[in-house]
Design a protein around this ligand. Structure first.
Ligand SMILES: Cc1cc2nc3c(=O)[nH]c(=O)nc-3n(C[C@H](O)[C@H](O)[C@H](O)COP(=O)(O)O)c2cc1C
Length: 175
């Protein structure tokens, strides 16, 4: 039991970025995720008590929480998941958290598609941060490569025409 807990804590310690899947089950988080938090929240290891209160020891990490729900809760008082997950992560020292919601999955096909599209838009917006810039740099490079390929192809076509003309001239000279 302690080995399992140690392994989970070790994994968290080594991570720079953490991705959590957070489905809503009966208005709360899945019992498995609660059990996970119980395994990784350990006094003196992942947090410690001070005179000023508890201090989280898992610092310097980015956390991305992907939340899936049948209904619509984000931004309402019925969303008890978000504050709980934010609190427990902050308690452990993680306060750089992004929540990405995919909601309305059980209402209708249209609301499901809308929920997925919204989540995609949120993800794309997030990709405006470092990872996205890298992606944009790559796409700019891809554009430059494409342009160079087109120029090379133009030159090749021109060379072929020149060779053809020269060849034709030579041929005509021979005639
Ligand atoms: C046991 C169970 C309970 C659920 N309870 C809720 C709920 O209270 N509110 C809600 O909006 N969706 C609820 N759902 C729907 C899920 O949040 C939704 O289907 C989500 O996509 C599940 O994610 P998963 O496929 O990763 O498990 C429930 C689903 C299951 C299986």
């Amino acid at each position: 039991m302690i080995e399992h807990s140690d392994a989970l804590i070790d994994e968290l310690r080594r991570a720079d970025a953490i991705v959590l899947g957070l489905p809503m089950y009966n208005f709360g988080l899945p019992s498995t995720l609660k059990a996970y938090f119980d395994h990784v929240a350990r006094a003196g290891v992942t947090f410690r008590y001070t005179e000023k209160g508890a201090v989280g020891l898992l610092t310097g990490k980015e956390v991305y929480v992907f939340s899936a729900r049948g209904g619509l809760y984000a931004g309402t008082s019925r969303d008890t998941q978000t504050p709980y997950v934010r609190d427990i992560l902050a308690f452990l020292g993680m306060d750089d958290i992004e929540f990405i919601y995919t909601e309305g999955l059980a209402i209708s096909e249209a609301s499901k598609q809308q929920g997925i599209a919204r989540a995609h838009a949120e993800i794309n917006q997030l990709l405006g941060s470092p990872l996205g810039r890298e992606g944009q740099d790559q796409s700019a490079q891809a554009q430059r490569d494409k342009q160079r390929d087109e120029e090379d192809a133009d030159l090749e076509r021109r060379d072929r025409r020149l060779v053809a003309v020269m060849g034709a001239r030579r041929t005509s000279e021979l005639l």
